[in-house]
Design a binder for this molecule. Sequence first.
Ligand code: ADP
Length: 394
Amino acid sequence: MQIIVVLNAGSSSIKFSLFAVAGEALQQECRGQIEGLFTSPHFVAKNMAGQVLAEKSWGEGVSLGHQGALQHLQDFLRQQQDGRTLIGIGHRVVHGGPNYARPVQMSAALLQELEAFVPLAPLHQPHNLAPIGMLLQAQPDLPQVACFDTAFHRSNPDLAQRFALPGKYFDAGVRRYGFHGLSYEYIASVLPQFDPQLAQGKVVVLHLGNGSSMCAIDNGRSVASTMGFTALEGLPMGTRSGVLDPGVVLYLMDHHGMDVRAIEKLLYQQSGLLGVSGISSDMRTLLDSDEPNAKLAVDLYLYRIRREIGSLAAAMGGLDALVFTAGIGENAAILRQRVCDDAAWLGVQLDTAANNSGGPRISKGDSRCSAWVIPTNEELMIARQTRAVLQGAG
Ligand code: ADP
């Protein structure tokens, strides 16, 4: 028997999953994380029934760092391995730059190449790469695979990847890359199970979570998405602004004395649902609140979704289905209802009872454009890609 471990390393946490390779199937056995890496580290691992398998806290003010956390995870995973062979580790890596349209097996040379994309995703890329470097040093023979959030969008036509800037900036990497690709690729891969015809159609997938974006998928391939050069563009998110007139940035620098770091903090951490509501970045809290600004934040979120659906449908020249996924998309029936009502002009007719019970199909049988709820599984996508690369089919 063989296993694959999936790692998703962020600035203050490392998330992990363990998959057993069972013939063609990949069976997720446990998942968990170490969070608060530099402040008050806490580790928890659960099985797929949600039962806690192991837990540990290091206390306030302790800095474990990525190295210490990785060490602890390895000790835990060795126990779980139970005599089976670890065939490789799959990593979520946010940025694969303009060329990587597929996952790749890591090497020291490739690590250096991917480090060149740190300026394009400074809040994610260095942390995604940290454990890869550490493991390359400690266990050079252990195969590692990088799975990119940008890769699925490399099928976008050239025009969808361009800003109207002088060509030298495009050549220097200032392009629309798109993100959440692992989630979209997973949805594209399971669509045939829900509706084989739809898998060849024109679909807008709404990945609505703390980070929110939307993707136009035509015949299984990404052709446009709402996120661009960074994961800031497009929809408002938990704390990110989404689309913004670039003139606002110039104005803030000129007239509010804000420098790059201050604007970065504003746009990444203080805007979106949190900034507009002044209450919370959490959709549940806003939906439960009677405060007018909570309502305003939800209304603005929905208004941007409504406009982006039109834009993505226009990019494809039609629309056959909407697919909702991620924390908000999978759980907030009231939001799905409002999005579908807003898209009635595109032929979406909601089946209210199906929507309230969570789908998977939430549109009426004779709806010209169907609507679905499909849970995403980025970890499984990484495990699949890792296996494919290690079997030489990547
Ligand atoms: P991330 O982008 O961090 O992976 P998730 O996909 O887990 O985020 O989504 C988190 C968001 O989902 C939060 O805004 C949370 O409020 C929202 N959410 C989760 N469950 C519900 C629910 N039942 N109703 C409304 N929103 C929900």
